[in-house]
Ligand binder design. Sequence first.
Ligand code: SF4
Ligand code: SF4
Length: 159
Amino acid sequence: MNVDQAIERAKQEKKSNKKFFSKLKVRPPKDLDEQFHKLHEEVFQEIDCLACANCCRTTSPIFRDIDIERLARHLGIRPAELVEQHLHLDQDGDYVLNVAPCPFLGADNYCSVYEARPKACREYPHTDRKNMLQILPLTLRNTLVCPAVGEVVRRLKGS
Ligand code: SF4
Ligand code: SF4
């Protein structure tokens, strides 16, 4: 998979994806979650995150207090030190990373703090969540970060 090409394709599809999601919002199929979840499983059988890591390279997860405490414990430092070294508050008042790529991403695309990574990392890219209808705007944004989301939406559209 060429990640740059996949993201470029998603950029070109953004307008039609937005239109598609607007229609879904007006007339959602009853089994929308099931459709998303089935495609999520299907696409992630085919995509290797270790050959991609674009989420860890280009965006930051949100760090809740519980994430900060867990990760600090894992690193053997105080939560305040973790915040001081790596995090800042964004405009929504959430802690996010100071830099991208994530400092915990290894050169081999492995997460060096995998067991203690934030919940947002574990749940990314959210295409297997309940009530997908509520997070269509997030899903649209994620097509521009995650090749898997772009592919899930493409298959959902039947294109
Ligand atoms: S903590 Fe790990 S999974 Fe989360 S962004 Fe950093 S490298 Fe990726
Ligand atoms: S979740 Fe998406 S963006 Fe992140 S590594 Fe996997 S395919 Fe790439």
